[in-house]
Design a protein around this ligand. Structure first.
Ligand SMILES: C[S@@+](CC[C@H](N)C(=O)[O-])C[C@H]1O[C@@H](n2cnc3c(N)ncnc32)[C@H](O)[C@@H]1O
Length: 185
C-alpha cells in the first residue's frame, strides 16, 4: 500500500537514518530504528495523528509523510527538532507542543480530532496508562518499546498492554485497534 508518497517517505527515512547513524547514542531510542515501525505506515493509512513523545522529531517526521497532520507532544524541547522538519520540508504538517503538565496536554488533546495515536513518551506504567486513556478515543493506538528489554526498561509498557489486551505485537511495536474484531486495519 505504499502510495504516491513513497518517494517522500524513502527520502525522509534515508535522511533520518543518516542522522541516527552519525550519533547512535543520542538517537538510540527513536522508533525509526525499528524496521517494523517503518513498515507499519506503508500498510496502515493514517490521517490526523497524535504523538506523545516527540524527542528530536524523528518519528513525527517519518509519520508526516503518510499523514495530513501530526500533533506531537513532549515535556521537553530540543533545538534539532525544527531543523530536521524544515530540512525535510515537513514543518507545515507537524504541530509541536511542549507542555508543562499532563493537565495542559489533556486540555489540548481533548479538543483534537484524530484517527491514530503513537505513544512513545514516559515509559512508566501510570504515564502509559494516562496517555492511552487520553488518546484511545481515536480507536487506533501504536505503542513503542514493547519488546522484552534486558534491563527491564519496557516492563511497565508490556504490563499495561497485556492488561488492555487486543494489542498486536510486532517486534518493538504494539498495535491496539478498538475495531479489530471487524477486520479493520
Ligand atoms: C523515546 S523519546 C521519543 C522518541 C520519538 N518518538 C522518536 O521515535 O523519535 C521519549 C520522549 O518522551 C518525552 N516524555 C517523557 N515523559 C513525558 C510525558 N509525561 N509526556 C510527554 N512526553 C514525555 C521525553 O522528554 C522524550 O523526549
Amino acid at each position: 500500500m505504499a502510495s504516491r508518497n513513497s518517494s517522500n517517505y524513502r527520502r525522509t527515512y534515508r535522511y533520518l537514518k543518516k542522522i541516527c547513524d552519525a550519533k547512535p547514542i543520542i538517537y538510540l531510542t527513536t522508533a525509526i530504528r525499528d524496521k517494523e515501525f517503518i513498515d507499519f505506515f506503508k500498510t496502515h493509512p493514517v490521517k490526523v495523528v497524535v504523538e506523545v513523545g516527540t524527542y528530536k522529531g524523528m518519528s513525527a517526521a517519518y509519520i508526516a509523510n503518510f499523514a495530513k497532520t501530526v500533533y506531537t507532544f513532549d515535556i521537553k524541547g530540543y533545538k534539532a527538532t525544527s531543523r530536521i522538519w524544515k530540512a525535510l520540508k515537513l514543518n507545515k504538517k507537524i504541530r509541536r507542543y511542549i507542555v508543562k503538565s499532563r493537565e495542559e496536554m489533556t486540555g489540548i488533546i481533548n479538543k483534537l480530532d484524530f484517527d491514530f495515536a503513537f505513544i512513545d513518551g514516559s515509559h512508566l506504567y501510570d504515564d502509559v496508562k494516562a496517555d492511552f486513556e487520553l488518546v484511545k478515543k481515536c480507536g487506533r493506538v501504536l505503542f513503542h518499546d514493547v519488546s522484552l528489554h534486558p534491563e527491564g526498561l519496557h516492563d511497565d509498557i508490556r504490563r499495561f498492554i497485556a492488561e488492555i489486551g487486543n494489542v498486536k505485537i510486532i517486534g518493538n511495536i504494539g498495535y491496539w485497534n478498538a475495531n479489530r474484531n471487524n477486520n479493520n486495519i
